[in-house]
Design a protein around this ligand. Structure first.
Ligand code: ADP
Length: 254
């Protein structure tokens, strides 16, 4: 009975996802269609007012909307690529440093002050290192989007108890209103302007962190900034758990 319920929940979640996806992709597709049709009509009618600047304007609009579709489908592929997963021995410091180097240029451009605090001894974790990097970059990008230039970003990692590694991304941005907190992990929930957000970032992060066997916790107050914490089970705690599992029963003698 319970299994049927879970299956039904999954199916209805898939239905909601499919219809939101269709809706999200249909808007930019309709815009592409309008611009392309209008351009073809004007070319066929021999419109003499159609100069190079105007043609470029049409093509730019088509490109912008194509890129939006590409971002949406690209993010969506992450949901279905659950099997595309490598099991690495991850040094969290290295992953954080690599993630930061990917966004460094953007931080400099926005004059955002970065503080990095990583515990000297941090337990290793197991999972896909590139996917963890994708999560951290996503969280930093969200933090940057929420901040005015000259904001303050703190990235920290600790794991003193040896069981969990906690990675926190804290910003001094505009924060999240209470009514949005429940929707943050919903696919396509975004408060960003069209062309900027797809609303898939946090739901993809959630899926990845679940595969790590971890958690994401978001703490935010409007106008007081946001902290997103990822908790990952340390490699040693997973090993200890496996060692505790009962082994195969000894075969009975005839
Ligand atoms: P997107 O970034 O495309 O909007 P996400 O799923 O990554 O999609 O985020 C969903 C929404 O959560 C954002 O549109 C924003 O409203 C809110 N959000 C996420 N991170 C932060 C943050 N650090 N500060 C304020 N709001 C945030």
């Amino acid at each position: 009975m319970e299994e049927t319920m879970i299956q039904t929940d999954k199916l209805s979640a898939l239905g909601i996802m499919a219809s939101s996806f269709a809706h999200e992709v249909n808007n930019p597709l309709a815009t592409i269609n309008v611009y392309a049709e209008d351009l073809i009509d004007r070319i066929q009618a021999g419109d003499e007012d159609l100069d190079e600047d105007e043609m470029e304007h049409y093509l730019r609009k088509i490109k912008e909307n194509t890129e939006r579709c590409k971002r949406i489908t690209g993010n969506l592929l992450n949901f279905s690529r659950k099997n595309d997963w490598t099991e690495d021995h991850i040094h969290v410091r290295e992953i954080i440093e690599n993630s930061i180097s990917l966004v460094e240029h953007q931080l400099k451009k926005r004059r955002i002050q970065l503080e990095l605090h990583v515990d000297e001894t941090l337990p290793a974790v197991n999972g896909d290192g590139l996917k963890l990097m994708q999560v951290i970059v996503n969280l930093i990008n969200n933090a940057v989007d929420a901040m005015e230039p000259e904001g303050r970003l703190v990235v920290s990692a600790s794991g003193s108890n040896g069981e969990l590694v906690s990675i926190k991304v804290t910003d001094s941005g505009h924060g999240i209103p209470a009514e949005a907190m429940d929707k943050l992990f919903d696919p396509f929930f975004t408060t960003k302007p069209i062309g900027k957000g797809t609303g898939l970032g946090l739901s993809v992060c959630y899926g990845i962190i679940q595969q790590f066997g971890g958690n994401i916790i978001i703490d935010s107050k409007p106008s007081d900034g946001t902290t997103v914490e990822i908790q990952l089970p340390a490699e040693s705690s997973l090993k200890a758990e496996r060692d505790l599992e009962p082994g195969p029963m000894p075969a009975e003698r005839p």
